[in-house]
Design a binder for this molecule. Structure first.
Ligand code: DSN
Length: 411
């Protein structure tokens, strides 16, 4: 066969990709939902599998020529089931939102009542936020945190007993502690509700045995694959076998058409990586780094929501520092430290301003940061926020960041 030479005919896009790669190398990434995918997984996602249409499921496709992609999807499913000890799995959701929608449309009708954690208390927008399809199509009740900034289990028990939601959702985007899945399961069973756990943030920690595994407790478990699982951008659903048929048809043909076979291959690669001892060591370091970072910030008089962390993330209340989340995000960004502004419980400021920031240690740990670097970063974050008016000082911090990262290339 004649080999054609590859031509990069789009220099504009190519230059922007190169610039983004440089930005990633030059910044300390603390966005709690971001991570760096392995080269092997990235290669799979950039492969020619993207050319293949494979509507349907392995051995039951609507197109010919699927013998290899069938094998790939089966491998992905089997590795995923092994990773979490699940009965069944669907690896086709294009994203976490699609995974959650797949669950909704498998068991709910428009107008049904669902219960989820409110976005303002640390939940996710697909758990019933009013502008999201979950909030538009279903009736929603929400829970939040109690006075100790832990999930308000007492309220959940009361409201579920009173209102009998058809579906209860456990899972969060900015909750740093363990979620008591056995409690959720007990309440759901008692009131004949379905239980969905969205473990998007915690999945990698769960796989490594460092965060409670929701599989024995939930009817459905969804996740993204690109956060703590360190795979390509995408979603998954794990479920008891009795729901397999319903979930599969809710995803295809329910809400999706052709699966992204290149992404499914990349998912399979990352599941294999997640089954390794190295992955467990990585996740242990993620948590060590996160706890240490929170301790350093506490010493510098920063207020940590829920007082501590048992995961990869930390939510910080900035009210005592007289700075909004948006301002803090900008200041840190100016010294090449990237994080996101985040609403905190009972925040008086809206989501574009906020009174807090969220930090996470997934990406920096992949990059190789350990205790020594965390101590430096924690103090640089505190210095930048506390001495934000001193431009000269900020320049010095940026230089220190540059010096630190040059020893930690991402790839
Ligand atoms: N946007 C993700 C996060 O940052 O947590 C959730 O989808």
């Amino acid at each position: 066969m004649i080999k054609k030479k590859i031509k990069y005919i789009d220099p504009k896009i190519w230059q922007l990709i190169k610039k983004e790669e440089k930005r990633q190398e030059e910044n300390i990434e603390l966005i709690a939902s971001e991570n760096y995918i392995s080269q092997a997984s990235m290669y799979a996602q950039g492969s020619k599998l993207t050319n293949k249409y494979a509507e349907g499921y392995p051995n039951k496709r609507y197109y010919a020529g699927c013998k290899f992609v069938d094998k790939i999807e089966k491998l992905a499913i089997n590795r995923l089931k092994k990773l979490f000890g699940a009965e069944s799995a669907n690896v086709q959701p294009h994203s976490g939102s699609q995974a959650n929608q797949g669950v909704f449309f498998s068991i709910l009708n428009a107008g049904d009542l669902i219960l989820g954690m409110s976005l303002n208390s640390g939940g996710h927008l697909t758990h019933g936020m009013k502008l999201n399809v979950s909030g538009k199509l279903f009736n929603v009740i929400s829970y939040g945190l109690d006075k100790n900034q832990k999930i308000d289990y007492e309220y959940i028990e009361k409201i579920v007993y009173e209102k009998k939601p058809k579906l209860i959702i456990a899972g969060a985007s900015s909750y740093s502690l363990h979620i008591d899945f056995s409690f959720f399961s007990y309440i759901a069973k008692k009131n004949k509700s379905y239980l969905l756990v969205d473990m998007s943030h915690y999945a990698g920690l769960v796989a490594a045995g460092l965060y409670p595994n929701p599989i024995p407790y939930a009817d459905f478990v969804t996740s993204t694959t690109h956060k703590s699982l360190r795979g390509p951008r995408g979603g998954i659903i794990l479920m008891k076998s009795k729901y397999k048929k319903k979930i599969n048809s809710a995803i295809f043909p329910g809400i999706q058409g052709g699966p992204l076979m290149h992404i499914i291959a990349a998912k399979a690669v990352s599941f294999k990586e997640a089954l390794s001892l190295n992955f467990i060591l990585y996740q242990k370091q993620v948590i060590k780094n996160s706890i240490l970072l929170s301790e350093i910030l506490k010493k510098r008089n920063f207020k940590i929501i829920s007082k501590t962390t048992k995961s990869h993330l930390i939510l910080i209340d900035l009210k005592n520092k007289n700075i909004t989340g948006k301002e803090a995000e900008n200041i840190l960004s100016s010294v090449n430290i990237i994080c996101n502004k985040n609403v905190i419980p009972n925040d008086k400021k809206n989501a574009r301003i906020t009174s807090g920031i969220r930090l996470g240690t997934l990406a920096i740990t992949t990059r190789g940061f350990k205790e020594k670097e965390i101590i430096i970063i924690g103090n640089l974050i505190a210095d930048a926020i506390l001495f934000r008016k001193n431009i000269f000082f900020l320049k010095k911090i940026k230089k220190k960041v540059k010096n630190l990262i040059k020893f930690f290339p991402i790839y």
